[in-house]
Design a protein around this ligand. Structure first.
Ligand code: BG6
Length: 546
């Protein structure tokens, strides 16, 4: 990750690309090979991200893309297919919803796009691919630098990498002319990386026979989110928060990733996955370790990644009694009636797959011992809201005992990851008037008030970083394995039984009652409401809450 740009006190103008100071330069020449060229990920996220990078001139001039998939097609048909897809996003409501497609940037990109029919499990396809890479590398002068992006189902990861190895496509030892930098080969792997601790270990062992760790970029798209990257900057660039960021001042932390989408057409995937596997050891744990890590000694990738792994190492495997699972019943989400999980297509009518998971995590180190981190994630919840909420310890009551005030409310610092990205601080003030009456108020920073809106699907920074060889925002082998280790006991326990109370939360609500009990049993704590912007509201937006 680049060091932060110089601080600004007025509303700064920035480069239109996420996370890059306006001084960001295009990376050096390279060729991007996408396995899974016909897939949803390529269409919905990778192509729009490449287009956004092209719009902001953050792709190299010497750049080309080869899309590989098993369906018969050719260069022009693939370009047309993606052109239609891009056009279909215009004015939409998805991650990529431009007002119009910039034809100059799009044409620039399509002129560099090629299609190669290939079977991911057939060695011959990789020999053909090698020849095609050589041809296109020469035509576009991409310097022999190649990124292989595995936008394919996870069952192909090991095999594709084996085949890349056999075809000598990922050899880092190619001879380079004395006056040129050695060409590099990098591999991007999507999630899920394994489906439990054993399979993650096996996959790491298998791919590390072919690749060096510094060639591997394991993507977790949460790390592509600006607000997630900002957690570290917020913590370590402000003198006033970090001194409070520990067990002396913090009561507990709540991390919520609530979604308003259901499982819908993803039944077969979800039946084998469930909410815990799908969201926790990867996305939610990224939020957890960004919040809990010690300050790194530099912005070097390994300095940061090691501090994250240290957080995981201090967490014992979660015991099943510290975990709650839920499954949605039919209900209404944002005013629309939706069916129960068990009635979704390709779902067993007696399924025990969870669509909601909550865990209590204890980090047993000097900073956090005794400060629980409660995490929860679920489909079809009340609102879409991802946030990290830090509750500070209560101030002494002594001064206010005589005022009629029954209890002091605690302060919350809330980092809103999405939507309504921002940070707020909730604290007490005296209500104007002759007596001492307390009122909870909130100071709010909203990204939209300070930064111009930008087209960003979350993959721009990640792709740029792969091109520049920066691994900071990618998971190292040990981090992935630690994540699985922490949840493994719960996964094992949940696989054995189907809860009697499933389905146990109504779609469009905040989750099962047992999740409330998980906090209540710890001295009466409770979850924050699942709301885009929970907490007190000023008079201008409604009556202030007391
Ligand atoms: C994916 C999960 O990795 O992340 C989905 O498979 C989930 O189930 C999605 O909906 C959430 O990502 P985002 O960026 O929409 O919050």
């Amino acid at each position: 990750m680049n060091a932060p740009a110089a601080p600004a006190v007025s509303k700064p103008e920035r480069s239109a690309t996420a996370g890059r100071p306006s001084s960001a330069k295009p990376p050096g020449p390279c060729l991007l090979v996408i396995f899974g060229a016909g897939g949803d990920l390529t269409k919905r996220l990778v192509t729009p991200a490449l287009y956004n990078l092209a719009c902001t001139h953050l792709l190299p001039e010497n750049f080309a893309i080869i899309g590989v998939d098993h369906t018969a097609s050719d260069d022009q048909a693939w370009r047309d297919h993606l052109s239609q897809a891009m056009q279909s996003f215009v004015g939409g409501t998805g991650e990529f919803d431009p007002a119009a497609i910039d034809q100059t940037a799009w044409t620039w990109l399509t002129e560099r796009m090629y299609y190669q029919v290939g079977d991911f499990e057939d060695s011959k396809s990789f020999d053909t691919l090698r020849d095609r890479i050589a041809e296109i590398d020469k035509a576009h002068e991409t310097g022999g630098n190649v990124i292989f992006y595995l936008a394919v189902a996870d069952r192909f990861f090991g095999r594709v990498i084996d085949e890349l190895g056999k075809a000598k496509l990922v050899d880092a030892d190619e001879p380079a002319p004395a006056d040129e930098a050695k060409p590099w080969r990098r591999v991007v792997i999507e999630k899920p990386f394994g489906h439990d601790l054993k399979s993650a270990r096996d996959l790491n062992a298998r791919i590390l026979k072919v690749l060096d760790e510094d060639q591997i970029f394991r993507i977790d798209h949460f790390l592509g989110k600006e607000t997630v990257q900002n957690i570290m900057t917020f913590r370590f660039s402000n003198g006033m928060f970090e001194p409070l960021w520990n067990r002396d001042h913090i009561d507990h932390v709540q991390i919520t990733v609530a979604e308003t989408v259901g499982v819908e057409a993803r039944g077969s995937f979800y039946e084998a996955t469930g909410a815990l596997r799908d969201m926790v050891p990867n996305h939610v744990f990224q939020l957890l370790c960004m919040t809990a890590m010690e300050p790194p000694t530099s912005f070097e990738a390994d300095a940061i990644r090691s501090k994250k792994v240290d957080v995981f190492k201090a967490i014992k495997p979660v015991e099943p009694h510290h975990a709650v699972r839920g499954q949605y019943e039919s209900g209404s989400v944002l005013g629309k009636s939706v069916r129960a999980y068990r009635s979704e297509p390709n779902v067993d009518p007696r399924s025990n797959a969870e669509t909601y998971a909550a865990l209590k995590i204890d980090i047993d180190n000097w900073r956090w011992a005794g400060v629980p981190f409660y995490i929860r994630t679920g489909k079809y919840m009340t609102r879409r809201s991802s946030e990290i909420a830090i509750q500070f310890k209560q101030a002494p009551m002594a001064l206010f005992a005589e005022t009629g005030c029954e209890a002091l409310r605690t302060n919350w610092l809330v980092i809103r990851v999405q939507p309504e990205e921002g940070i707020s601080l909730q604290f007490e003030v005296k209500r104007p008037g002759p007596t001492v009456e307390l009122q909870t108020v909130k100071m709010n920073f909203a990204y939209k008030d300070w930064f111009p809106p930008q087209q960003n699907v979350g993959y721009e920074t990640l792709l740029y970083d792969v091109m520049t060889g920066d691994q900071t925002l990618f998971q190292r082998a040990d981090q992935v394995e630690e994540g699985w280790r922490i949840v493994q006991r719960v996964l094992d326990q949940w696989a054995k039984t189907t809860p009697d109370d499933f389905p146990n939360y109504i779609a469009g609500t905040a989750g099962p009652a047992a999740a409330d009990a998980l906090l209540a049993q710890d001295g009466g704590r409770s979850w924050r409401p699942v709301a885009v912007d929970a907490g007190p509201k000023p008079l201008s937006t409604g009556l202030a809450s007391k």
